[in-house]
Write a protein that binds this ligand. Structure first.
Ligand code: AMP
Length: 120
């Protein structure tokens, strides 16, 4: 799947629409999810144009990958869920129901989160 530069997170990165920023580095941006599914629900995205985890893990530089992994941990500590616990997830493609075609890792927490998956 080719990267679509009109996706909503690309527009946030270009400053065309606002976000509730939590954290930013040279390679990453983190902001609150607009429809939170838990008391803490933050999205971490790379600044590079990567559709999903599949694209990013295949094509990103070592520096981008290291920065992204560090940012996810730093953001979780920043929002205070490191001690109580949190769940990370990243949807890729049709079966996961990925909505926004720019890689994002969800950080969710702030309450017990229940089972990992439910049957459709
Ligand atoms: P996914 O299904 O993994 O692609 O998740 C996309 C997430 O992006 C959803 O949790 C949405 O609530 C969130 N989202 C969509 N638009 C925005 C936005 N403008 N700002 C923050 N979060 C957004």
């Amino acid at each position: 799947m080719a990267y679509d530069p009109s996706n909503i997170f690309a527009r946030i990165l270009r400053g065309e629409i606002p976000c509730q920023k939590v954290h930013e580095t040279e390679h990453t941006l983190a902001f609150h999810d607009i429809r939170p599914q838990a008391p803490v629900h933050v999205l971490v995205i790379p600044k590079g144009a990567y559709v999903s985890w599949d694209d990013f893990s295949a094509k990103a530089s070592d520096a981008e990958i290291a920065a992204f992994v560090r940012a996810v941990g730093d953001v979780a500590r920043l929002v205070g869920v490191d001690a109580s616990g949190y769940r990370l997830f990243a949807n890729h493609g049709e079966h996961s129901h990925q909505e926004v075609p720019h890689l994002h890792v969800h950080i969710t927490g702030g309450r017990p989160l229940g089972p990992l998956l439910t049957r459709p």
